[in-house]
Design a protein around this ligand. Structure first.
Ligand code: AMP
Ligand code: GLY
Length: 419
């Protein structure tokens, strides 16, 4: 069969690569893809939220036996609903199920109702400026303010200062945004990912992203991931999948929602126990590109098994290795940054053992690879030890260059301390 994937980042590059490795798959299309993906699949001039464009492409290409949503934007746009209406196999939730990610208020209310451990918070609508300010003035700092919509991982602001909080609340109410004020939690931040269909799922590896641009810095889409996690015991891991993934799927089913897709949950391991920070209705990025190279199964076969209602029959096996990814970002990201900078050295880095460079924000101009986004490349490295995987990734990064290139130098330190 042929496979269609939506999205244009490093996660989609990794999904496309995995799809091309499946013996079931004769061709992979990515809408719209990127120059790295173009080397392994056919890129389409169709955006990931273009419901009509995707539906008519699928109509014209009946050999497509599976469509996979990369980003949450595809789900929010209703591509899942449109495909399901046609009876086409689609990996990803409908709009109702995607609420678990799209609306922080929905997710919070669901978790509170079903006793799923999450940070204490209160939700405000844009007409409640006075109430929000008064709640804020009484709360302890730091506190977290979260916008209630999709914000590419950048919608949470940790407020340390009264004036900063007041002006953000004013800004959000002026903008007509709903938002949450949430207790600030500390601990190890980790993530679970499940391949989920209804109430059933198969757990994948635990991961640790580094969301901040630098320790204590502003939040980004993700600056680097390690997997698996040497500092989480197996029993704790099993408990997390029961008390968070299973409980969330049960809660959604109880509410009449039919969730299908990757459920990727960010969790803070606080001294009082795990607390969900956020659920996502899609694979994480950089989690996907860090984890998928370690997966020995055919991903497409596994997803098809899921769509046939048999996900609990899936047995996932993993290479006995560590995966690491390192995000190479444009200088200035997540704020303003320049694009169109010439990128050099990707081929050299790709030749190194254990290294795969996944494209995120790249474009080709007159044959030359240039930057086109904030997160430009994701250097993925696998090795038998975490230290080895990290060293390889950092060495590969020295081969790559573009003006203003920035990356964190401390990815995986927490894991190394406990490995
Ligand atoms: P979110 O948009 O909810 O995924 O939050 C983005 C990042 O902000 C998370 O990955 C955390 O690093 C941080 N964060 C979110 N909520 C909290 C919280 N309640 N306490 C501390 N840090 C948080
Ligand atoms: N790793 C961050 C995200 O996908 O949201």
């Amino acid at each position: 069969m042929e496979v269609l994937i939506t999205g244009s980042g490093a996660r989609e590059h990794a999904l496309a690569l995995k799809a091309t490795q499946s013996p079931l798959v004769s061709k992979v299309f990515v809408a719209p893809g990127n120059p790295g993906i173009a080397e392994i699949a056919e890129c389409l001039a169709i955006g990931p939220t273009d419901v009509q464009g995707l539906v008519s492409f699928r109509q014209r290409n009946p050999r497509i036996g599976l469509t996979i949503a990369g980003p949450e934007l595809t789900l929010e746009a209703g591509v899942g609903d449109a495909f399901l209406e046609q009876g086409w196999a689609f990996w990803g939730s409908d709009q109702a199920g995607a609420q678990i990610e799209v609306s922080k208020t929905f997710a919070k209310e669901l978790m509170d109702k079903y006793g799923i451990p999450t940070a204490a918070s209160r939700s405000f609508n844009p007409n409640q400026r006075r109430q929000a300010l008064s709640y804020f003035e009484k709360a302890d700092l730091p506190i977290v303010i979260k916008e209630d919509g999709l914000a590419a991982g950048k919608g949470a602001t940790i407020i340390q200062d009264l004036n900063e909080g007041r002006s953000l609340i004013k800004h959000l109410t002026d903008q007509d945004s709903r938002f949450l004020l949430e207790e600030y939690l500390t601990g190890d931040e980790i993530s679970t990912t499940g391949i989920c269909v209804g109430r059933e799922f198969v757990p994948l590896l635990l991961t640790q992203d580094h969301k901040a641009l630098f320790e204590g810095g502003p939040n980004t889409g993700g600056m680097g991931v390690i997997t698996p996690l040497p500092f989480i015991a197996q029993q704790t891991e099993q408990d997390l999948y029961q008390t968070i993934t299973q409980a969330t799927l049960d809660a959604m089913a109880q509410e009449g929602l039919n969730f299908n897709g990757f459920l990727y949950s960010n969790i803070m391991m606080t001294p009082k126990g795990p607390r969900v920070l956020e659920h996502n209705a899609r694979f994480g990025d950089p989690e996907a590109q860090t984890m998928l190279p370690l997966m020995e199964n055919d991903l497409i076969e596994t997803l098809m098994l899921g769509l046939e209602g048999n996900i609990n029959q899936a047995q996932i096996s993993w290479a006995k290795k560590y995966g690491v990814s390192l995000t190479l970002a444009s200088g200035g990201y997540p704020g303003k940054y320049e694009i169109g900078r010439t990128i050099e050295g990707v081929d050299d880095a790709n030749k190194l053992p254990g290294i795969m460079v996944m494209h995120a924000g790249t474009a080709r101009h007159d044959g030359q690879l240039v930057t086109s986004g904030g997160r430009v490349l994701s250097v993925v490295s696998t090795a038998e030890t975490l230290l080895g995987a990290l060293q390889q990734a950092y060495y590969a990064a020295t081969k790559i260059n573009f003006e203003g290139m920035y990356y964190r130098k401390d990815i995986g330190q927490r894991g190394l301390n406990q490995a």
